[in-house]
Every structure is written in structure tokens, then in C-alpha cells.
Design a protein around this ligand. Structure first.
Ligand SMILES: Cc1cc2nc3c(=O)[nH]c(=O)nc-3n(C[C@H](O)[C@H](O)[C@H](O)COP(=O)(O)OP(=O)(O)OC[C@H]3O[C@@H](n4cnc5c(N)ncnc54)[C@H](O)[C@@H]3O)c2cc1C
Length: 385
């Protein structure tokens, strides 16, 4: 394993054929499920099982844990194609791949066995980091883990945990030594059915097919073997791969919105001609095309660099640039599409309002817009803290 849990891919695929396979899978497995999941705010677990069977969980994971040994590039292709149908069922794949990789990259043999189950479609995981008072400032997490003999006792409250209600294991960040800053923080693999773990839903306007929850840890006792034996910084560096997948997720979504708006502009007639015949509408679509194209180049460039095996510090600028641009662009593109939809765009008879709403979460999560700009400025050598 390379520095910060990064591997260079050991296998290759025909990327065109892989993309076709992912697109066909999305039409077959995402399309029939997402609307009901969105309405009921219940994640369909059989979708995760189907993803695992299709080889979409553990794409970059080592073959020793049942993974496929491919790169972030292929993982991004899968994320883009799934998100082209629905970004919220797609995010469930993102979470399994990112949380699963913490277990197989840094875990003990027993934790790697859990990763194997995740990849096989037998065990879901959730990333359990954010707290009500520690959003972007995750070094400020208050959940504590105190050693008592061979056990750790966890106390605290987490918020916005995607898929916590479905997950079997919660990959949880806690303070083990408050005075030690980052060095006093550890991740634990906590089975969700451990006594004292209480999961309650948070009602959101976004991400409804993969709901987010509060997770309370009330004197939760886990054995020392639940502690993931790697440092906070080491594991957090791996989260840069998540940001590439976030960019790919919103790339798929904005491509979908652009395709929809183009079609609408060609078929909706006013004043005796398609609305797309007006230069003012056509230019909005042309601008949206530039956003999509630029996002695609930035995203796959970051993925390629990640796969090159260079040190993580040399990829941060590319990753943050892609994440920043994609998450701003998806809001612009979906707002353009919504506007082109006119009054009908605001009804439930057309899909675009739902898509515009879903896009609003993009600049907020996995390091907000300002956090990405701060990272970019730092890489530029500016003296920001
Ligand atoms: C739908 C959804 C799903 C999520 N899933 C997960 C999950 O699975 N696991 C998990 O652990 N977390 C998850 N999160 C949490 C998510 O990553 C946090 O919401 C995010 O970190 C923002 O935290 P916050 O809402 O507390 O915002 P805050 O950190 O309070 O930020 C509020 C505003 O202040 C700005 N800001 C903050 N600090 C600075 C600064 N230093 N400089 C400039 N501006 C700043 C931010 O950019 C933002 O605009 C999810 C959130 C949502 C909404």
C-alpha cells in the first residue's frame, strides 16, 4: 500500500465497455427504484446488493478482499453513469466504496473481513463523522471514546449520517485524547446494533433515497478490536478520493439536466417556434455545455492523477479544483434547466425541480465551497490558515 492508503490500479478494463456496462446497469437498476425511494425516503437495500453483484462496490479495492483492483478513473465512470439517472442512489455506492476502503486500507484482519462483506453486498457501512457543532470543522468533534480495560466507551451525537438507518457498521470518528488535537482522534468500526446506538432520521429536501440521520452514542461499549489502527490524518487524506467521486456524481447529474433542457428547448414551442431557436435560450444551453465539459475534464484529470501514485499532497490542488467547480457548476446547470422549464418546470409533472433541489446539497458536503477554495489558496502558497 502506498502513502495515505493510495494504491495504483493493478487491473485495467476497456473503459468504453465499462462505461456502457455502468450505463446499462443504471437504466436497469436505478431507473425503476429511485422515485419510490425518493417519495418514501427509504433506501432500497436490494439496490446495494445489485451493485455488489455487478462489481460496483470495491472498484478500487484490493483483490485480496474481493475488490476489483481498478482505479479512481473507473470509479468515477461508475459514479457519473449511475448519477445520470439519479445522484442519490448513486451516493449509496460512493459511501460504501469510501467507508469500505477505510476498513480494507487501514483495518485489522477482522476489519478487512468486514470490508470483504461490504464488497460482497452483505454488510453496509456509513461514514459517521459530522456532529451538530462540528460540520466543516471536523477536528472539533466532541464524541469521546474512553478506554476502560479492553473496551472503549463512546459518548456523543453525530448528525447528517447518510444511510445510518441501513448501515450494519458505523465508521465513527471520536476523540480518544482531547488534549492531543488530531493525534487524539481515532476511527472505530461500531456495529449499529450495539446497545446505546440510537439512529433517528433528519428530514431533508435532498438525498431522500439515501436518507441522513442523527446517531446518538450513549455509553456505547465496543472491544479494542473495533478501533481502526491508523491515524486521523492518514485516513482523512484518503477522503480526497471521495471528493473526486463527488465531482463525478454531480457531473452525471448536470449532464442529465442539460440533456433534459436541450430536449425541452427543442420541443417546447412559443411564438410559433422552438424556444431553443431564441439565441438567449440557446446561449444558456451553450454555457451549460461549457460547465459540463469543464467539469468532465477536471474530474477525470484529478482521477488520473490520483491513480498515478504521486503523493496525495500533489493531487490536492486538482481534487479541490474539480470538487469546487463541479459543485458550483451543477447548481448553475440545474438552475438554467429549471428556468428553461418555465412554469411547468416548477410542477411535479416535470422532473427538473427535483433535480435542481437535489443539486443544492453539492456545494455544502464533503468540504464546502469555502473549504475547497481555502485548500486551493493554500496550494497556491497564500498565507491562509
Ligand atoms: C445530505 C447530507 C448528507 C451528509 N452525509 C454525511 C455523512 O454520510 N457522514 C458525515 O459524517 N457527514 C455527512 N454530511 C455532513 C456534511 O459533510 C456537513 O453538512 C458539512 O460538513 C457542512 O457542515 P455544517 O452543515 O455544520 O456547516 P458549517 O460547517 O456550519 O458551515 C456553514 C457555512 O459556513 C461556511 N464555513 C465554515 N467554516 C468556514 C471557514 N473556515 N471559512 C469560510 N467559510 C466557512 C461553510 O462553507 C458553510 O457555508 C452530510 C450532510 C448533508 C446535508
Amino acid at each position: 500500500m502506498s502513502e495515505s492508503g493510495r494504491r495504483t490500479p493493478v487491473n485495467t478494463v476497456d473503459r468504453v465497455a465499462f462505461r456502457d456496462m455502468c450505463a446499462a446497469f443504471a437504466r436497469r437498476e436505478v431507473a425503476p427504484r429511485w422515485e419510490q425511494a425518493d417519495r418514501e425516503k427509504i433506501f432500497p437495500r436490494d439496490f446495494y446488493v445489485a451493485c455488489a453483484k455487478a462489481g460496483l462496490i470495491g472498484i478500487t479495492a484490493d483483490e485480496s478482499v474481493g475488490g476489483h483492483g481498478l482505479g479512481a478513473y473507473e470509479e468515477a465512470i461508475a459514479m457519473e453513469e449511475l448519477s445520470r439517472i439519479n445522484p442519490n442512489l448513486a451516493v449509496s455506492v460512493l459511501v460504501q466504496n469510501v467507508a469500505g476502503s477505510i476498513l480494507y486500507e487501514y483495518g485489522t484482519d477482522a476489519q478487512r473481513a468486514i470490508a470483504r462483506q461490504v464488497i460482497a453486498g452483505e454488510c453496509m457501512v456509513a461514514i459517521t463523522v459530522t456532529e451538530p457543532e462540528a460540520g466543516n470543522d471536523i477536528q472539533n468533534v466532541r464524541t469521546s471514546a474512553q478506554r476502560q480495560g479492553d473496551e472503549w466507551v463512546l459518548d456523543g451525537l453525530k448528525s447528517f449520517i447518510t444511510l445510518a438507518a441501513s448501515a450494519d457498521v458505523l465508521i465513527t470518528l471520536a476523540q480518544t485524547d482531547r488534549g492531543q488535537g488530531r493525534r487524539g482522534m481515532q476511527f472505530f468500526a461500531v456495529p449499529r446494533n450495539t446497545p446505546g446506538v440510537v439512529v433517528t432520521p433528519i428530514e431533508t429536501y435532498v438525498n431522500r433515497p439515501a436518507p441522513t440521520c442523527r446517531v446518538a452514542f450513549n455509553q456505547v461499549r465496543v472491544p479494542d478490536s473495533a478501533r481502526i489502527p491508523a491515524g486521523f490524518r492518514e485516513i482523512m487524506a484518503g477522503f480526497n478520493r471521495e471528493r473526486i467521486m463527488v465531482a463525478a456524481r454531480w457531473l452525471g447529474h448536470m449532464q442529465h439536466a442539460l440533456d433534459w433542457a436541450r430536449e425541452y428547448a427543442l420541443t417546447r414551442h412559443q411564438f410559433g417556434r422552438p424556444i431553443g431557436a431564441n439565441q438567449s435560450i440557446a446561449f444558456q444551453l451553450a454555457n451549460a455545455h461549457v460547465d459540463v465539459d469543464a467539469t468532465r475534464r477536471l474530474t477525470y484529470h484529478a482521477a488520473e492523477k490520483w491513480d498515478s501514485g504521486c503523493p496525495v499532497k500533489d493531487v490536492i490542488l486538482d481534487v479541490s479544483t474539480a470538487k469546487f467547480f463541479a459543485t458550483q457548476a451543477v447548481v448553475r446547470v440545474t438552475q438554467t434547466a429549471l428556468h428553461i422549464g418555465g412554469g411547468w418546470g416548477l410542477t411535479e409533472e416535470l422532473p427538473i425541480m427535483r433535480m435542481a433541489l437535489d443539486a443544492l446539497v453539492a456545494p455544502v458536503t464533503v468540504g464546502s465551497t469555502e473549504i475547497q477554495l481555502r485548500a486551493i489558496a493554500k496550494e497556491m502558497g497564500l498565507p491562509v490558515d
